[in-house]
Design a protein around this ligand. Sequence first.
Ligand SMILES: [Zn+2]
Length: 161
Amino acid sequence: MENLWAPWRMTYILDEDKPEGCIFCLAGDGKGADDLVLGVGEHSLVMMNKYPYNNGHLLVAPRRHLPGLDQLSPEEMADLLATVRLSVQALREIMHPEGFNVGLNLGRVAGAGIEEHMHFHVVPRWGGDTNFMTVFGEVRVIPEHIRATYENLRPYFADLK
Ligand SMILES: [Zn+2]
């Protein structure tokens, strides 16, 4: 498996130095990695997942640093879901997936990688890709595909408010 070209098992390894602090808060403050953050609005933001399950795997988070759904105001919730919908629409137009996984992992035991700041996963799916919950091995794949996807997606989030 080491050398298999497997876009559904990507490990995005552009930098080795991890930023200090919460990646979603950094993105919201304009300090996120330029090649990950797609758009920042008043209440929500969208970024590429650095460790995607599939090419096009997006993360949609509220701007506020909150662990769960129940702390969101109605306005934030509505904005967050609208941004999830926008993400699905953009991915559908650009990547023509056959389906999506959209979901939340709340809490470490539920699989949350960053449990302190809640975020939706939006993952495009194609027949023949692999199971959503596949555990990543040491497979490292060329990140150009993710960069190309980023460039294609970015215009869709230019007007995020
Ligand atoms: Zn945060």
